[in-house]
Design a protein. Sequence first.
Length: 278
Amino acid sequence: MKFKCLLSFVLLFGLSLTNFAQDDYLYEDDEELEDTVKFSFGINFGAYFSNNKTAEIYSGRSEITPFNIPFVLSQPFNQQTIRDYFRFDYYIAEYPIETRYRTASEIGGHIEYNLSKVIDLYLDVNITQLKFEQFFTVGIIEPNNGRIDGDRLEQIPLFGEENRFHLNLGAQFSIYHDEYSNFYFSLFGSLNNTQMRRNYFVINNVEYEIFHVALDRPNQRLGGIGYGGGTGLGFKYKIMDHLTTDFYYNLSYAQTNLSEAFQPFGFNHGLGIRIIWH
């Protein structure tokens, strides 16, 4: 229902802009209309800064998934290998303190429809791969280790990998433009599809998977559809007759849907450049 409402809003917004442009046509000659109404196509390259509210899902804690780090360590087929590595009894001393994603790269396509000298409708489709890289700490109980600060501690690398597909549909409104440049702000509605790829940790160069669905369905991954909206700023500069560069910044407030327990809204940032062909 929320998705249908968002889509209806975007469609009505687009139709209203179309009617606005048609009204302008009554007062402009055909030659000017040919200069303003046209399609453009582009490629997006940029950096994506995700909110970290869903990064907690990769922490391996018992409250996140029943197939957590202690569960993986306690499995009979893992116990002896891990015990041989640590050589002594061990325990989980600390989980990741900061659960956050790394800055990710983003690439995608761009379609733009020029309604008038001051309004462009556009559609962006982008793909990004997010990575979570943190550590959890294992305490190793060494008898007579001579340490005055307690048990020996070892940090174990912990990883998460996630795919996101973004679709933004909106409009750009020119604030200032001349023959070669255009400074604008944008408004858009957005949809995203999120899928967890992997969650695992590494001990002695061996990868141990953390499952979030069920052990008998190892190929099933968490994920789902989210929605939101946002705004942005951009600066276009025409470098030749049919080629324009577009430097942009987007701020979105959107839902990320990984599971029933992880569907938070949060702010995300995008910064990049488009190469647009007219």
